[in-house]
Design a protein around this ligand. Structure first.
Ligand SMILES: [Zn+2]
Ligand SMILES: [Zn+2]
Length: 359
């Protein structure tokens, strides 16, 4: 089978691999759509550790083509969305529904197990979520990114009527904008890319601003004279403007406001912080790096961030993929050079890149 493999930094390749065997407790899948994310770009550049020779792809939807014995729950032909976390299910973190912190954890396509950028992939059955009829496989490939936004918003960082600033409009904050559509406050979206700003306006942001604008702080003060109740920061070091986001967040948050770190790639942004601002304003700084949880007290997996996101997509409350997404045909990734170019070229003008595995 054809598979996109991470051989080493700067060396992503199209390889011919055997179809994986069905290990006990596993389901064999035919991937349908694979989202490419900045984490893959960090693997490409050698910034994120990954197992050598791993098949990439951690944001994917798929169809079931085979089941290990005694996995009667899954039928051939069923369509699924795949939670990429490998976990033991026994340790304290797993039992607390915080599987991202599992002591023996892994992540399909990043470390510990092959991902979905191949004609077939074998995954543990616990990773699968059935697709509601109204969620297309293309949309389901976006659940992984969308449910990071779900987790932050439902964790209570935004109250009804809050004024919110979204700094950095990668897919995470574009999903946050959709969750905040009816919360009643003003939502200001900030990003250097005009296509992402347009997407945020379509998804419910009240105002969209360019961080390079000389009038940015003045425009924010007009929109939120008392300062922002909440600033949600997606700091991604491939976006030069993001190096100023954290310091800017501290500056535009109101006294006793909250700064929420949705993504925290790169150290430059932290180096730019003036520590006394957060101290004197009594800011609360929160981080959401567990990505998606299944906390038992909230109802466990049936009410976890992944399922809640899928249900919201099924109701039409969360739209995916973001406007201006580039769809790349898997068959067009003919050789190593084209595979590497796909990752080296990020961030391009597209909001998101998704690979159509059957085209
Ligand atoms: Zn991702
Ligand atoms: Zn565990």
């Amino acid at each position: 089978m054809r598979a996109v493999v991470a051989r080493g930094p700067g060396q992503f390749a199209m390889e011919d691999r055997p179809v994986p065997d069905l290990a006990p407790g596993h389901v064999l899948l035919r991937p349908l759509f694979n989202g490419i994310c900045f984490t893959d770009k960090h693997v490409f550049d050698g910034h994120v550790a990954r197992s050598a020779g791993l098949v990439l792809g951690h944001e994917f939807s798929a169809e079931v083509v085979g089941c290990a014995p005694n996995l009667g729950d899954w039928q051939v032909g069923e369509r699924v969305s795949v939670d990429p976390r490998i976990r033991c299910g026994q340790c304290l973190a797993c039992r607390a529904g915080l599987e991202m912190q599992c002591r023996d954890g892994g992540f399909l396509g990043v470390h510990g197990a092959d991902g979905g950028l191949a004609e077939f992939v074998s995954v543990p059955s616990y990773a699968l979520y059935r697709l509601p009829d109204s969620v297309a496989p293309l949309h389901a490939a976006c659940v992984e990114a969308a449910c990071c936004a779900t987790r932050a918003v439902r964790s209570g960082v935004v109250a009804i009527g809050d004024n919110v600033v979204l700094l950095g409009l990668e897919d995470y904050n574009l999903y946050v904008a959709q969750w905040l559509k009816r919360q009643g406050g003003t939502v200001v979206a900030v990003d250097p890319d005009p296509a992402r700003r347009a997407a945020a306006l379509r998804f419910g942001a009240s105002i969209a601003l360019d961080p390079a604008s000389e009038t940015l702080v003045r425009d924010l003060r007009i929109a939120m004279p008392a300062g922002a109740d909440v600033v949600m920061v997606a700091m991604e070091d491939y976006v030069p403007a993001a190096a100023r986001y954290v310091a800017m967040a501290h500056r535009i948050a109101r006294t006793q406001g909250q700064v929420v770190m949705m993504r925290a790639y790169g150290s430059q942004g932290f180096a730019a912080i003036e520590p006394s601002v957060a101290w004197l304003k009594e800011l609360t700084i929160r981080h959401f790096g567990n990505f998606f949880g299944n906390e038992p007290a909230r109802g466990g997996r049936p009410r976890g961030d992944w399922q809640v996101t899928l249900d919201a997509m099924a109701r039409g409350a969360i739209a995916a993929p973001p406007p201006n997404t580039a769809i790349v045909e898997f068959s067009r990734l003919a050789d190593d050079a084209e595979v590497s170019a796909l990752f080296a070229g990020m961030p391009g003008s597209a909001s998101k890149i998704i690979v159509d595995m059957n085209a």
